[in-house]
Structure formats: structure tokens, C-alpha cells
Ligand binder design. Sequence first.
Ligand SMILES: *Cc1c(COP(=O)(O)O)cnc(C)c1O
Length: 362
Amino acid sequence: MTDRIWNFGAGPAVLPEPVLKKAMQDIWNVAGSGLGISEHSHRGKVFDKVIKETEQACRDLAGIGDDYHVLFLQGGASLQFSMVPMNLLPKDRTADYLVTGVWSEKAVAEAKRFGTVHEAVSAAATKFDRIPPVSDIKYSSNPVYVHLTTNNTIYGTQWISEPPVPAGVPLIADTSSDMFSRPIDVKKYGMIYAGAQKNLGPSGVVLVIMRNDLVEAGSKDLPTMLQYRTFAKEHSLYNTPNTFGIYVMGEVFKWIKAEGGLAAMAEHNAAKARVLYDYLDQSKLFKARALPGSRSLMNVCFFTASDELDNKFVAEATRAGFEGLKGHRSAGGLRASIYNAMPAAGVRALVDFMKEFERANG
Ligand SMILES: *Cc1c(COP(=O)(O)O)cnc(C)c1O
């Protein structure tokens, strides 16, 4: 660690140390080419190898077949809130949304611009402190797709598995904050999208995994840059992509593979989260926000008895070398984001610091 501190920020977030060290080298001179990765043409040999390797590493991690496109887009996960309905929700059809947090609500708001939205379930009434039981979901009669947010970054809840969807209806998931934190059965989805800056790389690139038939089904009445087929046809090279972001994502994928793949990530993440939740559940000062059974293994949200004490905790934690623990402005409180790249040692150090804080302020 030496000159580095612990980064518990929600995003842009912690990256694996070996990836950062390799990137330091490759920014200077990548693959012995005499140029840094960010200086290469997106149409040149060096970058061609990088993007192909990134795509292949992604496919290998999750066993993605050639019935899906793997795309690297721009505009953040937020542009996907619009691109999905623009492409797939005709004016006279209904799309069903499972609303489990702020990001789901934003996705709903964009979809309403293009067609009818049915909220098949919402956890808003309990301030998003849980994932609703599957029995509460009421789908519309013939939805064009079902949209869910697998991990709710702001309120710290996470779907344990995919809810059932009506037969033949594509499931579309925003997996921005838990992509590749555990095994994912891509075949259950019509489409998966994830902004890179939580668990996959730097900001400015979005991973999109989309079934070929849905790419083809997309509206043709849209600007070129808003049609998925544009990027599918050109292998994400219709225009200049975020070359550096794609490079880092590829290195992160290789790192995940070297660590043992998605199953190993799941084990490592569950163990880290357990340390933190176990402490929270017996603490007299801190309280976990999300209900057991709904808790995110990526974003652990908690709070003390008062905003003043929360603020004091953030200030002292920052001085002690723990960054990014303030909760999102719409949820308040505190949040420790413990993505794939957060080592177990970082979580143990945080819990030790919290114990010390509790002794002094309890
Ligand atoms: C961060 C986040 C977003 C927004 O991502 P941008 O890349 O900033 O647009 C959307 N959904 C989820 C679940 C997120 O965590």
C-alpha cells in the first residue's frame, strides 16, 4: 500500500493493484510499441489486439456464446436508460420495470418518454431497504421487456438471483455495481449493461452484452449513434471508443480470471461483506440500512444515531486513510463500497477503525 489509502468510494472506485501497476507501464509504452496505450489509433494493430482480447476475456469469464454481442459504448449507464427504450419499446407497447432504488427510478423516467411503463413492483414505500419478495411482482399482460437493477448502489440492496419473468419476455439488467462480482448466467438475459467505473474499470465506457435478435429488433428510426446495430456491426469501432477504458477493462477481466474467475470473486466478496455486516449487527452505535436477505455484498450502507455523528465518522475516517465513506446524497448516512478489487485487509482495517470509533463515541 505505502502511499495509497483505502478507497471505499462507490465509483469511480478501487481498481486491482496489479492492474494499476501494469497500466502505469502501458501508458508509457504498451506491448513494446514505443507508444502509450492512449496514444494508439483505435484502428491500429496494437489497439485491435487490445479490444479483441478484452471482448474474449469477457466472453470467457461468463461463458458468453456468439448468440450475444459484447459491446463497449459511451454515455455511461445513464444513456442506456434511454437507449434501451428507444430501441426496444415501441410507443404502443408496455415495458415492465422492477423498481428497487434511485437508478431504477431514473431508468423508468427515461422509458416513459418512449412508451408505456408498468412498475411491476416497487420498494419505494419502505425507502428501498429491501428487495421485494418475488410474490409481490405483478407483470403487465404482454410486456416487451422486463428491466431490473441487480444491485442498488445507493441503498445497498441486491437481488440474490433473477426473479422469474413471463415466458419469452427478455430480461434486461443494469448490473453497473455488481457486474462480475459473482457468476452470471447470461442466457437468462436479453441484455446486460454496466458502467465500468464501479467494478470493471475507469469511467467513460459501458459494457453491453446483448442478444443478437434484440440488436436486430431495435428501431431503425434513431440517430446512428443510438442504434445498437451500429456498434454491433462495427465491433464497437463505428467511431472512436474509450480506448483506455477498454484496455483497463481487459486487464481487470484478466485479473479476475487469474484470481480464480467469477466463483472465486463471489466467495471473496461474500467473506468480505460478512465481516462488515457481522460487526454492524452487533454494534450499538452503527446500524445496517438494508434488511437481512436483501443486503448488497458490494455497497454496505449503514448509519449512526445522528447526522452529526455520521459526519464526525466520515471526517475521522478520512484522516485515518479511509476514503469515500459518505452515503449518497439521496440516502444519507454512510456507505462502504467493497467491490471486487477491495482486498479483505481493507475491510478488516475499516472494521477495526469502526470498533475504535464506537469505543470512543458509544
Ligand atoms: C452508477 C450507476 C449508474 C449510473 O452510471 P453512469 O455511468 O454515471 O451513468 C446506473 N446504474 C447503477 C446501478 C449505478 O450504480
